[in-house]
Design a binder for this molecule. Structure first.
Ligand code: UN1
Length: 490
């Protein structure tokens, strides 16, 4: 059995305690690797190493940092298939999707590499003569990155690549369910020429390793994707040290299907949005709000299509839906199905675990007669469970869509431009799709949400610079005399 280590100060090392844990394939329940479990001391060593590397890395011209990222992007491309297959074995989603996950990492790596020759500041006139005003961007310092298992390489890359191009050094903790892709990514960056200490990898329990990262005073910023509960804890802890925090938390993403929608297009979209990645995306569609006029037709066709989905091993190209990540998630999904039944919703499809293989499979599940106050319509389930909700008008559909604590992604299917623009204006989410499902964000646009989905930040694309830089405002007075702003101005 292959054993993997932590990566600190440019070396693969055992953890301080020597403890290990198993990495299990959720489809077959085979153990695929053993990993070292980091301790609080390992995190301290990783932070010291990142601090040691900071001066040199932040002093390296950004275009040269970009060169390393360009090399890494090309290596990711070369290893795309191999990484995708490993990802399917480690987290279960089907090959088509794991290839997409690696592609998302490739895209952000190229994008961030190019940013090395932008990194734009602003210039603006001064109110005084012979004085020049501008802003420049500086790195924050050592940043702590904590990532989830559902996008095992895309989300780490969304955080690592911008953090690197802007000159920060990193302590990175991936989810314990999917460490192998993070190891693959760290290896690529190292081979591409990333100097030692710039990127440190600590793998282990969230409460211990994640906690030690959040509480380390020398870490200046935290970027976290995961649960609301953990996000709230991070925000309050990090607040004590004035750390910058960016959070990408849950979603309860709605798709509105209007009576003027292309029904077949909507059905394709809802199927992909709800059951792609076995429903385990922050952006997954878990509520479909259908105009009452077309609800019967939608429901009938949608159930027929869902019945055809094939569960199995994601490595088999004919599989539509893989397992869920672990037993805990499986139990959580089953619990929510019971809650839905007790609340009076009608279970029209699925609702049970399945055994195409020994792993953690759950049938694609559809509830109807769901009202928006039910827990299954309010709480994030993170599995293949979809609630169908009826609405009499667009206004009512929007009210239902906005009635949850989350605000990540939303979507509307309509043939009417007025409806589309009203939805863009009124849906209280960070992302809105028109005639496309709630999933499928592209890396060069801001990603994130409103309300309990985060703390107002957006990652990736044009907004990553806000996550990983400090602004320096510069006033350059070349008049050779004392000029007083606000006072020497007539
Ligand atoms: C997530 O679910 O945490 O838009 C990220 C999407 C993907 C990213 C999802 N590109 O669904």
């Amino acid at each position: 059995m292959q054993q993997y280590k932590l990566f600190i100060n440019g070396e693969w090392v055992d953890s301080g305690t020597g403890e290990t844990f198993d990495d299990v394939n959720p489809a077959t329940l085979e153990t695929i690797a053993k990993l070292q479990k980091a301790s609080v001391d390992d995190v301290s060593r990783a932070v010291e190493s990142a601090e040691g590397a900071f001066d040199s890395w932040s002093g390296t011209p950004a275009p040269l940092r970009g060169k390393i990222l360009f090399r890494a992007a090309r290596m990711l491309e070369e290893r795309k298939e191999q990484l995708a297959r490993l990802m399917t074995q480690e987290m279960g989603k089907i090959l088509k999707e794991t290839r997409g996950d690696v592609q998302e990492a490739i895209d952000i790596t190229y994008y961030a590499a190019g940013e090395g020759r932008r990194l734009l500041g602003e210039t603006t006139p001064s109110e005084l003569p012979d004085k020049f005003c501008m802003t420049t961007r500086r790195p924050i310092g050592v940043v702590g990155l904590i990532t989830p298992w559902n996008f095992p390489i895309a989300i780490p890359a969304w955080k690592i690549m911008p953090a690197l191009i802007y000159g920060n050094t990193i302590v990175f903790k991936p989810a314990s369910d999917t460490p192998l892709l993070s190891i693959g990514l760290v290896k690529i960056l190292t081979e591409a020429g990333l100097p030692k200490g710039v990127l440190n990898l600590v793998i282990g329990e969230g409460s211990i390793v994640g906690g030690a990262i959040v509480n380390n005073k020398n870490i200046k910023a935290i970027s976290f994707t995961g649960s609301v509960e953990t996000g709230r804890w991070i925000l309050s802890e990090a607040g004590k040290d004035m750390k910058r925090v960016s959070l990408e938390l849950g979603g309860k993403n709605p798709i509105i299907v209007m009576d003027d929608a292309d029904l077949n297009l909507a059905i394709d979209g809802v199927l992909w949005g709800a059951f792609g990645t076995t429903g385990q995306r922050c952006t997954a569609a878990s509520r479909v709000i259908v105009h009452e006029e077309i609800l019967p037709a939608f429901q009938k066709k949608f159930i027929e299509r869902t019945k055809k989905l094939k569960l199995g091993n994601g490595l088999d190209e004919t599989t539509d839906m893989g397992p869920v990540i672990n037993n805990l998630q499986l139990q959580k999904i089953a619990k929510y199905v019971n809650i839905g039944k007790e609340e009076g919703a009608t279970l029209v499809l699925g609702g049970r675990t399945a055994k195409p293989l020994p792993g953690y499979f759950f049938e694609p599940t559809i509830f109807t007669d769901v009202t928006s106050d039910m827990r299954i319509a309010q709480e994030e389930i993170f599995g293949p469970v979809l609630s169908l909700i009826s609405a009499v008008s667009l206004d009512e559909a929007i009210d239902i869509a906005n009635s949850v604590v989350y605000g990540l992604s939303s979507s509307i299917y309509t043939g009417n431009i007025k409806n589309a623009f009203k939805a863009i204006e009124k849906l209280d989410t960070g992302i809105t799709y028109i005639n496309a499902p709630t999933i499928g964000a592209e890396i060069h646009l801001p990603f994130g949400g409103t309300k309990a989905t985060g703390n107002g930040t957006r990652e990736a694309g044009t907004t990553a610079i806000e996550e990983f830089t400090e602004i320096k405002t510069v006033y350059f007075d070349y008049s050779g005399r004392l000029q007083k702003a606000q006072i020497d101005v007539e």
